[in-house]
Structure formats: C-alpha cells, structure tokens
Design a protein around this ligand. Sequence first.
Ligand SMILES: [Fe+2]
Ligand SMILES: [Fe+2]
Length: 257
Amino acid sequence: MKPHQQKWIRHFENNRLNRREPEWDLPFAMEEKKRRALAWSLAEYQLGDGGGPCCLIARDADAYRASSDSTQRVTDMWFREEAEHSRLLSGAVTRLSGTFVTDTFAFRQFQRVRRFMGAQFEMLVLLQVEIISTVYYRIIRKHCDDKPIADMCGLILRDETGHISYHRDRLCADHPRGWNAIQRAWFYFLGYACAVVLWLGHGRALRDIGMRNGDFFAQVHRGLRGFVRSVGRRARRWRIEAVIAEKGNSCATAHSC
Ligand SMILES: [Fe+2]
Ligand SMILES: [Fe+2]
C-alpha cells in the first residue's frame, strides 16, 4: 500500500463523522430572481456532482481500481462522498422548488471525454472540476442568503478540500520530483478550459445571485496556482523526509553492526 493511501482511508472514515445535516425545514424566504437562478444552477450541479455515474468510467478504470486493494478502497471512498454531494444538492433543489435535471448536452460530452481517455486523465479532469467547484460553492455560500444552503456548501467544501489534498498526495507519489514546466502548463490549460465551461453554463446564474464580474476567474486562478505550488512544496518535503529516513536507517544499521 502506498503510504498516502492509508492516510486517506483514515481521513475518509473520519470525515463521515460529525456531519450536521442542513436544516432543510427552516422557514424559506428569498427574492424570486435569486431563487430561480439558484434552483436552476444547483439542479444542474446535482447531476454533475455525484448525480450521474458515481465512479471512474474511463476505459481502463477497472484495471486502475484493481491495481491494489487500497487503490480500490480509497477510490470508492472518494466517490462515496461525491454521491453524498448529490444527495445534499437534492435537498437544496427541493428547498428551492427547483426541477431536477437528468441529462444535459454538456453532461453527456463530459461523460464522453471521461470514458475516452484513461483513468489518470479522468482523475486529473475530476481534480480540475473539484478546484473549480470549490470556487462555485464559495460563491453560492456567500450570496445565497439561506442558512441551510450555505451549510450544505460548507459540508461540500469540507469534502472537496480533502479530495483536492488527496489528489495532491496521489500526484506527488506518482511524480516524486514534482511537475515539470510542460505538466504545469497542461494543468493550467485544462483548469481554465473547465472554468470556461462552468462559466458558460453557470456564469449568468452566479451574476444573478450577486457575484461581481471578475470574482470567478480571479478565484479560479488562485485555486489553480495554489494547487500547482503546493504540488512542488509537497514533493520537495517528501524528498527531504525520504533522505532523512534513509540516513536514519543507515545510522541504525551502522550502530547495530
Ligand atoms: Fe463533489
Ligand atoms: Fe470531490
């Protein structure tokens, strides 16, 4: 088992505890324009955030999951939290008297891309979506003016922060020397592409609930840049820890001889 997988299995187990369900039955009062925008946007998000096939669907997904018991376990635990997001979002859509969405053109294309490329690419794209989604949920939490929906965003943000950190460890384990310039450029390119898709679909709704122009892409940029920098930092830290551990082992061997 890779060392980080044990840590993340523990994390996902602990993260199931102390989850306070949003109080969906609290009295509801919201300006109609905001209600309509939120209901529409969150209904689409309910489909995308765990509401569709809630597992890896790349052509080699089974081979990836079967690579070790711990890989299978940690991947399944990650997707179990995604299914929980869909359940929470259903509560918000119901509260907003929205109409559930079961299929969209963008959703079908996204599934197609995920299926076509390999599992590693699929997970990279899902990571991008998670980074962009944290921006989306922060904006919703800030502007929704509704405690249960804001609490729901808080729960999802707590999970997504863990998911992003899990991917950071996973990528650092696969790239112990960190990313090179081409990998970083590719990451930014994919990230901005995902952000543009989300903006085209939800930008108007976000503006309708009170987000200022420019906020979205400024936060996306900070999220992507923060992730890229943290991959470099964590890979460096792991290399130093490995050198220290190696020195410790060789000292212990020398003393025991
Ligand atoms: Fe999610
Ligand atoms: Fe996630």
